[in-house]
Design a protein around this ligand. Structure first.
Ligand code: GUN
Length: 283
């Protein structure tokens, strides 16, 4: 039976470190790292995410502010707020919650966030920097996965690392980070022929395909490390991931649970990125 990669435990430890660091910053400089979260409209899931992000900030002693804007706000007004936040001294990180209403161009909004405050790591400059290995920020989910693997001393060097999913937020940056850690990296996706043949090659398998319990035991090599980025609600109301946990856990060496695996790590990496942004400004 696989050992659990406990994201809840590891994220709690990292949060404690962040909290201590913020206390020290407050003591020595009188300043507080700050995050601004912008939410447009009334999407219930987005509201929950934003509430959680603010609660996380509070837990570690970080300043946060929320800008809740009406659904029908114009792009010009939203960009006006982003530009104002770019200049605010007490704001070190800016996050505009996605998805935005259809009439707003998300790419343009993200591009207008100052790269120095780009804690989501969605700005094209940040993306370019990640590709070059000269980055300040990495998107929170792939960064959380790397921290989780690091905590359990899982070495990626020379290993077959397979990423299922090619999104800009998870799959692509995930592949780049694994490559930087000297993994032999394969990215596969919905158009990949014989997906199971490719996933079965993996020593380390990262699944971010948004398909409920898609990865079964016969698609996994014995002893593989399994990281499940997916989250879905089952018919009985319980949560599950992209991996069929029950069968895969029997043959894997390590596996992330859902919930309690990647999710808490992602949330904590936002705090880490905001702290990095603060330090970046202070140096
Ligand atoms: N919506 C869901 N996840 C995210 C995220 O990580 N960042 C932003 N900006 N929006 C999201």
């Amino acid at each position: 039976m696989a050992e659990i990669l406990d994201g809840k435990l590891v994220s709690a430890k990292i949060k404690e470190e962040i909290k201590l660091e913020i206390e020290e910053i407050k003591k020595t400089s009188g300043k507080i790292p700050g995050l601004a979260v912008v939410i447009v409209g009334d999407d219930p899931a987005s509201k929950v995410y934003v509430k959680n992000k603010r609660r996380d900030c509070e837990e570690v002693g970080m300043y946060s502010e929320e800008h809740a804007l009406p659904e029908n706000i114009s792009e010009e007004e939203l960009l006006g707020l982003v530009k104002k936040l770019n200049e605010e001294e007490n704001i070190h990180g800016i996050l505009v919650q996605s998805p935005l209403p259809k009439h707003l161009n998300e790419d343009i909004v993200f591009e207008n966030i100052s790269p120095e405050k780009d804690v989501d790591a969605f700005h094209p400059e940040t993306v370019g920097r990640i590709t070059l290995g000269r980055y300040n920020f990495v998107p929170c989910t792939p960064m959380g996965v790397m921290e989780l693997l690091k905590y359990y001393n899982i070495d990626m060097s020379g290993k077959e690392c397979v990423v299922v999913g090619r999104s800009n937020i998870v799959g692509k940056p995930m592949a780049l980070l694994l490559l930087q850690a000297n993994g032999t990296v394969t990215v596969c996706h919905s158009r990949t022929k014989d997906l199971g043949e490719v996933t079965k090659r993996a020593d380390i398998l990262i699944v971010a395909m948004r398909q409920r319990q898609f990865i079964k035991a016969d698609m996994v090599k014995e002893g593989a490390v399994i990281v499940d980025v997916g989250i879905h609600k089952k018919d009985d109301g319980k949560l599950c991931g992209d991996v069929d946990f029950e069968s895969v856990a029997k043959i894997a060496s390590y596996i992330t649970p859902v919930p309690g695996g990647v999710g808490p790590m992602t949330r904590t990496m936002l705090l880490k990125n905001t702290l990095t942004a603060f330090k970046f400004k202070s140096n």
